[in-house]
Design a protein around this ligand. Structure first.
Ligand code: SF4
Length: 420
């Protein structure tokens, strides 16, 4: 039976992470109504750094939306030294302080603090709820300024590698057929500050309980590379050595296969890449991951073949969610070996987490093991990934709340109609 613990807003208010009644309005991004395609319509991926309150005089700068050089320049433009900017940066991200309010900016000079109180805001999210699954995984629900809710998952590991799984969008446009978030359609992109703050919160609230939060995965709600500007900036803030200082190899951005953005990511970021593969033929992938109709398997894998050798000791992680009767045959295993040949990679075989309304079923464990063994015998580096947090809908593919208007389910190819 699942252990169920819920922290309410009032029990967490001492963490100064909730909206105070006097809090000024925060950043609001333009909203994109749901659309499954096209995937690349023009979108404001670089939101303004200032919060919008309707009153220009009260608009405040969102500090977590800036990388350090930007912050330093702004601090200097306000008449303060760059050393003050560094102290502020360390208050926000380092020294176990993770400040969320102006009262917590200890050690900063009085005039500098006054200027910050008048002109800048330290937080972009408010905690709505925290749920605990029986395996210790936590799901945090954050409310954005416009009332949208996003989900972040903290996954403790007995080997001391606690991971925070962050969201990059409200909903997702990709409509992967096995994914609960995909049912929502895309509501909007998250700002840099809204992404960074999820990792800051995980460190601030869970470090004492779990020890170091050492890993970040962009595998929450959304297709990170559909919001690439903000994701690149947020991941750069996360790996800054004077701040949160995550190792770039421990910050993993996952994509369903947006090829142009994937190329840009590999060229501009030192962080790790995961590609959600999930099929070994275009026919199946076109159905369960419609992005494949735009960037097919051959293009996706050839791009990786060409781009990865330019990076030093870099391996892509392929994720493969196993769906009973759809992508889990031994023929699939053999095709998978051929598909990844020549690509420096490892493969995670992931147990499917059912959610309400899904047509798919998980592959039985024994079959997953047989599938794993076929890959391993061919020399592929392969891991089996057990589901974490599924009793609180905190597992992979289970985040979000689709609501009344849902993305359409696609036509099931004839040969799979018996299995779904
Ligand atoms: S699996 Fe990822 S890319 Fe696909 S719909 Fe879900 S959140 Fe979007």
């Amino acid at each position: 039976m699942a252990v169920f613990v819920r922290w309410t807003a009032s029990s967490l208010s001492s963490l100064v992470f909730f909206s105070s009644p006097n809090a000024s309005s925060r950043l609001s991004l333009p909203c994109q109504s749901f659309s499954r395609f096209p995937l690349h319509r023009p979108f404001a991926t670089r939101p303004p750094l200032h919060q919008e309150s309707g009153d220009p005089a009260s608009s405040k700068l969102l500090l977590k939306g800036m990388e350090f050089p930007e912050l330093e320049k702004w601090v200097q433009s306000q008449g303060f030294r760059s050393g003050q900017a560094l102290m502020l940066w360390k208050c926000l991200y380092g020294n176990n302080s993770w400040a969320q309010s102006h009262d917590e900016l200890a050690g900063l000079n009085k005039d500098f603090r006054k200027m910050l109180t008048e002109n800048a805001s330290l937080k972009a999210l408010s905690v709505k709820d925290v749920l605990t699954a029986s395996d210790g995984t936590r799901k945090i629900l954050f409310t954005l300024e416009d009332g949208s809710v996003i989900e972040t998952v903290v996954i403790p590991c007995s080997r001391g590698r606690t991971t925070v799984c962050v969201s990059s969008q409200v909903g997702c446009a990709m409509n992967c057929q096995f994914c609960y978030t995909g049912r929502m359609g895309l509501r909007k992109h998250l700002s840099t500050a809204e992404i960074v703050e999820q990792a800051v919160f995980a460190r601030r609230f869970f470090s004492s309980e779990f020890g170091s939060i050492s890993n970040v995965v962009f595998m929450g709600m959304g297709e990170p590379l559909h919001n690439i500007d903000n994701v690149l900036k947020a991941s750069a803030i996360m790996v800054d050595e004077q701040g949160l200082h995550f190792s770039p190899r421990k910050v993993t951005v996952s994509t369903s296969g947006l090829v142009p953005q994937l190329k840009r990511f590999l060229r501009e970021s030192a962080c790790a890449l995961a590609v959600s593969l999930n099929a070994t033929t275009d026919e199946v992938r076109n159905w369960i991951m419609p992005i494949n109709r735009k960037y097919n398997l051959n293009l996706l894998l050839q791009t990786l073949r060409e781009e990865l050798p330019t990076k030093h000791k870099y391996k892509v992680l392929f994720e493969y969610v196993m769906l009973a009767g759809v992508n889990d045959s031994m023929e699939d295993a053999k095709r998978l070996i051929e598909l990844v040949r020549g690509i420096p990679c490892k493969i995670n075989l992931i147990s499917f987490n059912p959610h309400s309304g899904t047509r798919f079923k998980p592959t039985p464990d024994e079959k997953m093991i047989r599938f794993r063994n076929v890959l391993a015998e061919a020399g592929v580096v392969v891991f089996l990934r057990l589901s974490r947090g599924d009793d609180q809908m905190a597992a992979c593919g289970q985040l979000g709340k689709p609501g009344d208007i849902q993305a359409p389910l696609l036509r099931v190819p004839e040969q799979f109609q018996m299995v779904v």
